[in-house]
Design a protein around this ligand. Structure first.
Ligand SMILES: CC(C)(COP(=O)(O)OP(=O)(O)OC[C@H]1O[C@@H](n2cnc3c(N)ncnc32)[C@H](O)[C@@H]1OP(=O)(O)O)[C@@H](O)C(=O)NCCC(=O)NCCS
Length: 153
């Protein structure tokens, strides 16, 4: 597995995965917009094939996990966990002291991964996500990071 900075040319393959991985995923435009910000956007490849991606923001000592996706046919092989480790590492190296994320209440697989990786539920956003027949809650989670700067002091 290789992670590299996401390029504009990666977006069609990433959007193709996004459409298959989520019922209500991001648009291609949102993915392209992420590249125009200061977000850290990473593409995950195996044998040069794009199989996933991760996007975090980092500002004022806080990081937010905005997107973590592994293509359905590559899920449950430990790759999502490894990409999460990599993104935590990026955030810590840039001095973030906390990482926050939101997950659909029904996304039990992702929530199990985050709990296992030290995230705790810190809140709920009622009716935050659209569903086919209404809305569902977002579970807000957070974990403490150990920024590189602190370790050096
Ligand atoms: C969530 C996601 C990134 C996890 O990636 P993954 O490569 O499938 O997960 P891993 O193989 O690294 O699993 C790590 C742990 O997460 C938990 N987990 C992951 N998927 C799970 C599932 N479907 N059901 C239950 N637990 C699950 C398990 O604890 C697993 O450990 P185990 O395999 O030893 O039991 C991936 O399933 C995905 O892309 N899903 C669609 C997009 C999405 O929901 N992203 C998260 C948005 S918040």
């Amino acid at each position: 597995m290789v992670l590299s900075s996401m390029l504009e040319t990666d977006i069609p393959a990433i959007f193709e995965i996004e459409e298959r991985a989520y019922e209500h995923g991001w648009t291609e435009g949102i993915l392209r917009d992420c590249l125009k910000t200061s977000y850290r956007c990473r593409t995950v490849r195996i044998d040069k094939q794009i199989i996933g991606y991760g996007i975090i923001s980092i500002a004022a000592g806080e990081s937010h996990l905005l997107n973590l996706t592994i293509a359905p046919e590559f899920q449950r092989r430990g790759l999502g966990r490894r990409v999460l480790h990599f993104l935590v590492d990026v955030a810590e190296k840039e001095g973030a002291e906390m990482m926050f994320l939101e997950a659909r209440d029904s996304n039990r697989g992702a929530i199990a991964l985050y709990l296992d990786e030290g995230f705790n539920q810190i809140g709920i956003r009622n009716g935050y996500y659209p569903t086919d027949d209404g809305h569902e809650d977002a579970i807000i989670m957070a974990r403490t990071l150990f920024p590189a700067n602190n370790l050096e002091n």
